[in-house]
Design a protein around this ligand. Structure first.
Ligand code: BES
Ligand code: ZN
Ligand code: ZN
Length: 505
């Protein structure tokens, strides 16, 4: 979509009247600029429609259309409603086959926002417009009249360079999220570990970061028994994707992002039942998120050192699959007792988390569609966050709030370690009870972030030995969009907006 700032509306654009419940439509700038006959009609419609919220397209006598939306302001948390309005404008415009719209920037600023608020709003608006305009139709024949995308959006505001920049940045973020959504939506038959690796290489070339792909032999040399174990059942060979972006100061330790790249999760020999297997081509969404957070940061020219790691495998049942009961030795030397081949994400992430230590990172963040249990706990409106660092956790939740990419915390307590004690190996890959599966999975991963218990000598040298701050995002709840997101069906691109926001700071 072409998104431009403009100081006045063009005749070719469909104006969008967005107003808050309790406010008068007459005060809207676009109303003041309307023809008198239209004014009466618009006012009549607004007054007659007493719903707290609505979104409609009006056909004026002149043959022109206008979009009119009323929203009920959420006083405590105004941004939530604003984000949904941004998306609803685009979905309504698409439905009405409108190609060009004009919106008034000030309509979207939360009450009391200052100049800097306007800049943030412009960026958010551009991102949300891109997200709402996206549809996955790569596999559909283009209809005769073309797709109903909105082609141009004019943001009416006093033009200035920082606003222009904000719009451009917002657009970049939206585009990168949409690229990740495309990767996730691509069917499992076409999105193999090899293809995911190629997509990362392309993202690196386009955005400007280094990508290195390790094949099976190199993975063997690294002794990544977790990755190799899960990959055993598939004819598709595993890849380990390494992305490096060093634009920060030399002395700054990098932040490592680790993404689950299971290109299809059948469950393996613990085969998933019919309806549970359906969307499992999206089980690489964490990997896609890492790739496109890197791309967004590179395109935004963020001055940081960021590393992305994606273990990519396909989890298949076959004569060569890993078995329940197998004992896998991970890169760290710690062994995993595979009690369920469907808990494969944590097994490959164990190796990737160990690999992350090579970079002596300041912070490690992993992103994974890890558990159905996280969905059972939170529904489909927030991803789960677990962290060893309260302050970082809080900042990330806030970044989520500002981007409509919501997080909610769950406990990371040592007490839960009891659950994953192995009988014949160091750690079992599932818990001992049916309860708290999202937490068990997080606590399992934690074991591979923690250093070995420091020797007394080392402990004296550094209290912090072996304690890398770590965040785990279980994005299974928000793997796919739901109706109320006002985004097209399929992958939601969860965590990219919030991580981009968090990492730019
Ligand atoms: N990829 C799934 C989790 C998932 C489920 C993501 C639904 C998105 C939507 C993961 O590999 C898995 O199968 N987890 C199991 C773990 C269980 C065997 C302990 C689960 O959640 O059921
Ligand atoms: Zn699984
Ligand atoms: Zn999985």
């Amino acid at each position: 979509m072409n998104i431009k700032l403009s100081s006045k509306t063009k005749d070719s654009s469909t104006p969008v009247f967005l107003f808050k419940n309790g406010k008068k439509i007459e005060n809207h700038v676009f109303f003041r600029n309307s023809a008198d006959a239209d004014k009466d009609y618009i006012k009549l419609f607004a007054d007659k429609n007493r719903d707290d919220e609505f979104a409609a397209c009006l056909f004026l006598s002149s043959g022109k259309k206008v979009l009119i939306l009323k929203t009920k302001e959420n006083k405590k948390n105004p941004l939530r409603k604003i984000i949904i309005s941004m998306r609803r404008i685009i979905s309504l415009a698409k439905k009405e086959k409108i190609k060009e719209i004009a919106v008034n920037l000030e309509d979207f600023t939360p009450a009391g926002a200052k100049e800097s608020g306007l800049i943030e709003t412009a960026e958010l608006l551009a991102t949300q417009f891109e997200l709402a305009n996206f549809e996955f139709n790569n596999y559909k024949t283009t209809p005769k009249g073309g797709w109903n995308y909105v082609e141009r959006a004019f943001i009416i505001a006093k033009e200035n360079a920082s606003l222009e920049k904000a719009v451009a940045n917002g657009k970049i973020i939206g585009e990168e999220i949409n690229k990740a959504r495309t990767l996730s939506n691509t069917p499992g038959g076409d999105m193999t570990p090899q293809k995911l690796a190629e997509a990362a290489s392309k993202a690196g070339r386009d955005a400007g970061f280094r990508v290195k792909i390790l094949g099976e032999n190199e993975i063997k040399k690294l002794k990544m028994g977790g990755v190799l174990g899960v990959a055993k059942g598939s004819v598709e060979r595993p890849k380990f994707i390494i992305m490096e972006y060093f634009k920060g100061a030399k002395k700054d330790k990098p932040i490592v992002l680790v993404g689950k790249g299971v290109t299809f999760d059948t469950g393996g020999l613990n085969l998933k039942p019919d309806n549970y297997i359906y969307e499992m081509h999206m089980d690489m969404s964490g990997g896609a998120a890492v790739t496109h957070v890197m791309a967004a940061l590179a395109r935004l020219k963020v001055k940081k050192n960021i590393i992305g790691l994606v273990p990519a495998v396909e989890n298949m049942p076959s004569g060569s699959s890993y078995h329940p009961g197998d004992l896998l030795r991970t890169m760290s030397g710690k062994t995993i007792e595979v009690l369920n081949t469907d808990a494969e994400g944590r097994v490959i992430l164990a190796d990737a988390l160990e690999y992350s230590k090579k970079y002596k990172p300041e912070l490690v963040i992993d992103i994974a569609t890890l558990t159905g249990a996280a969905m059972a706990a939170l529904g489909q409106r927030a991803s789960a966050i677990f962290s060893t660092d309260r302050k970082i956790e809080k900042e990330m939740i806030e970044a989520g709030e500002k981007t409509g990419d919501y997080l909610w915390p769950l406990p990371l307590w040592e007490e839960y370690e009891e659950e994953i004690k192995g009988t014949f190996g160091d750690f079992a890959n599932i818990g001992k009870t049916r309860y708290g599966g999202a937490i068990t999975a997080a606590v399992f991963l934690w074991q591979f972030v923690k250093g070995d218990p420091p020797s007394p000598k080392l402990r004296r040298a550094s209290k912090k030995q072996g304690e890398i701050p770590w965040v785990h995002l279980d994005i299974a709840p928000r793997m796919t969009t739901i109706e109320s997101d006002s985004l097209s069906k399929g992958a939601a691109g969860a965590s990219i907006a919030l991580l981009t926001k968090f990492l730019r700071k």
